[in-house]
Design a protein around this ligand. Structure first.
Ligand SMILES: Nc1nc2c(ncn2[C@@H]2O[C@H](COP(=O)(O)OP(=O)(O)OP(=O)(O)O)[C@@H](O)[C@H]2O)c(=O)[nH]1
Length: 418
């Protein structure tokens, strides 16, 4: 039960953590807006062009990093920024509200497909169609949904007369649908880009509801900053996190090394007989096992920081510790991995198993039913010393110790000779 709950909990925690920086960011900005209105008003003249400039900068950054959806998001926000006096007729106002709201829902559910002419045409056509559909459908939907809208109207009125004066029941209904659809997507696809798009969805609706030009402009500037932040944060994650295992990558290790002092220990770890494992159960199962081993190594105690070095090799760095001091922690993690029962779930077999072609390898053996397997890991430990003071040499020492561990029968820890 706990094992089943933990991925859900970690997804939920991840979800909340992603929300935190933008929430803080918006709180500061809105705090400034609501409590320093005088000061802000003197900025308003600048805010007009600031909103355009920030959207242009965000669009250029997003374009450079191949985030097509954020470029389209900037275009949607431009529709709000461009209409500075908010002089649309009520009908067109509704069309823009619903077009932008569902435009963001579309962006949340689509993928960054680059800027080829075909993709560009497709996405822009869908976005334009959403506005056309809103224009055509809103009168009919209004008519059909009248009975529910009346009850929603009375509910809104009971909630607050202020809300009721700002928000029509129809807009409230669209907002609820948009927010729920967005939230559903966000729950399954939690990353900075989706997070930024969801904020844009919710705030674009509030910009329409609140109908305050300054509020709209400051929100647009904030959203443009959030888009830039999400592009840069995602790129940082991509560069410094290993895609398969989710732990810091070799590049992150090389950066981390710069921060180390004069005393630290490097541990090199390698999965035993992994080639055989891959050949027996297939590369996909091998990937799952790599993820599992990485997660166990990542939980190493004693202040160790784990990195995927490449293939089935991992590095753990213990700052401010000697080889002798890290041994109990390394032993503990080795034992944890060796004791862990890996359940390989049976995959549905094809009705007729295909015969391997002549000269080709037979397909990997799939477990017939749930099968428990185990993997072990070997470790080589080396500490920084006067003789071995640069990182490359310490790594070499750890590699020699790892080789000794493999020669000693694997599933053990060996310390490099000083
Ligand atoms: N599934 C999977 N396999 C990988 C990945 N990276 C490397 N490998 C495999 O890891 C295996 C490493 O094999 P070897 O270096 O020969 O070592 P070994 O079989 O683990 O044997 P010992 O290290 O001597 O115990 C190769 O078969 C690689 O294909 C990966 O990302 N996923």
């Amino acid at each position: 039960m706990t094992a089943k709950l933990s991925p859900l909990l970690s997804r939920l925690t991840n979800f909340c953590w992603l929300f935190l920086p933008p929430l803080l960011f918006f709180s500061v900005l809105y705090g400034f807006y609501f409590f320093n209105t005088e000061l802000l008003l003197s900025w308003i003249v600048n805010l007009w062009w600031m909103s355009y400039a920030s959207l242009a900068i965000a669009a250029i950054i997003a374009w450079q990093f191949g985030r097509s959806r954020l470029v389209y998001a900037c275009l949607l926000l431009l529709l709000i920024a461009a209409n500075k006096e908010l002089t649309l007729t009520p009908e067109l106002f509704e069309v823009r509200y619903s077009g932008i709201l569902f435009g963001f829902v579309f962006l949340l559910y689509s993928k960054d497909k680059g800027f080829s002419a075909l993709n560009l045409c497709f996405s822009l056509t869908v976005l334009v169609m959403l506005f056309v559909l809103s224009w055509l459908a809103i009168p009919h939907i209004l008519l059909v949904s009248q009975p529910w809208l009346t009850s929603l109207d009375s509910l809104l009125f009971q909630l607050s007369a202020d809300i009721r004066s700002l928000l029509t029941p129809f807009n409230a209904m669209l907002l609820i649908i948009g927010l729920l659809l967005g939230l559903l997507r966000l729950f399954f696809k939690t990353d900075n880009t989706h997070n930024a798009l969801y904020f844009a969805l919710a705030l674009s609706a509030f910009m329409h509801i609140y109908r305050d030009a300054e509020f709209a402009l400051i929100t647009i500037v904030s959203l443009a900053c959030l888009f830039c932040y999400s592009v840069l944060k995602d790129s940082f994650t991509m560069a410094f996190k290993d895609e398969l295992t989710g732990i810091p990558s070799r590049r992150a290790l090389m950066q981390y090394v710069q921060t180390l002092g004069r005393k630290y220990t490097v541990v090199m770890s390698d999965i035993d007989h992994f080639k055989k494992f891959n050949d027996t159960y297939g590369h996909d199962v091998g990937d799952e096992v790599l993820k599992l081993v990485a997660s166990k190594l990542n939980k190493v105690t004693g202040g160790g920081k784990t990195f995927r070095f490449g293939g089935e090799e991992f590095i753990i760095v213990f700052p401010r510790k000697t080889s002798a001091e890290v041994l109990p922690f390394v032993e503990l993690v080795r034992q944890t991995i060796a004791d862990y029962d890996i359940a390989l779930r049976a995959k549905p077999r094809p009705a007729k198993p295909k015969k391997p072609l002549a000269g080709k390898k037979a397909p990997a053996k799939k477990p017939a039913k749930e099968q428990i397997v185990k993997v072990t890991t070997s470790f080589g430990v080396a500490q920084r010393s006067k003789e071995h003071s640069d990182f490359a040499t310490i790594m070499k020492q750890a590699d020699i110790a790892l080789y000794a561990a493999k020669k000693a029968g694997r599933n053990c820890v060996k310390v490099a000779k000083q």
